[in-house]
Write a protein that binds this ligand. Structure first.
Ligand code: DX5
Ligand code: ZN
Length: 214
């Protein structure tokens, strides 16, 4: 069970200090938004490069951007895992391959309205599948429990392969993490749950315990 805190709801003017508050993160989740693929804008590759230089924690870039065919391999130079959205991709298989060639783990993401079925053949080419449990764009939204059927189906397709992570993102908290774990997720993004806690690193441990205890 991996906890990957999102810094979207952290103090973005003090990013390095905020990341220092979550040393037990399995990966730090970086939400890259371009104002086109989603109606919100965060930061781009220059900021990700600076974050890379400021922490030794593994980095997980979630690209909510157009043209991942161009950008995903570039992000792979600076992070440990790159996730792109299939809805924006021209050739998802080629993106997975080029991210891996640059030494990063490669993952694809599905928005709530996107089925896993057309992408079944991509799963063995990927290191992680991300099932969104909110509409991408903003932190602090409610967990969509009706996505659990898609999580279950994706777990069935992955089977017991421990090298392919199954991640959920959006509305993950102490109240919802066990629901996603029970459905088969093993990797959990948590933004507001972690950064609104008085002790973010203690919250990571609590979330991990809840995920184990479903
Ligand atoms: C939403 C982002 C999420 C978000 C999660 O588009 O991809 O990573 O930051 O935030 P919470 O945990 O608050 O839903
Ligand atoms: Zn995200």
């Amino acid at each position: 069970m991996r906890i990957t805190p999102s810094i979207l709801n952290a103090d973005l003017a003090r990013l390095a200090a905020e990341i220092d508050r979550i040393p037990s993160s399995d990966m730090v989740h970086l939400d890259v938004m371009d104002g086109h693929f989603v109606p919100n804008l965060t930061f781009g590759i220059a900021v990700v490069e600076s974050i890379r230089a400021s922490t030794s924690l593994p980095l997980d870039a979630h690209l909510m951007i157009e043209d991942p065919d161009l950008w995903a391999p570039r992000y792979a130079e600076f992070v440990d895992s790159v996730t792109f959205h299939v809805e924006a991709a021209r050739d998802p298989s080629a993106i997975l391959k080029s991210v891996r060639q640059r030494g990063a783990r490669a993952a694809f993401a599905l928005k709530p309205g996107t089925s896993i079925e057309p992408y079944v053949d991509l799963i063995p080419q990927a290191d992680m599948v991300l099932i969104m449990t909110v509409e991408p764009g903003f932190g602090g939204q409610s967990f969509m429990q009706d996505m659990m059927e898609k999580v279950r189906r994706t777990r069935e397709l992955i089977g017991g392969d421990k090298n392919i992570y199954l991640q959920v993102d959006g509305g993950v908290s102490l109240d919802t993490i066990a629901i996603a774990a029970e459905a088969g997720a093993d990797t959990f993004v948590a933004g507001s749950a972690v950064f609104k806690a008085s002790d973010p690193d203690a919250m990571i441990a609590q979330l991990r315990n809840k995920a184990h205890s479903y």
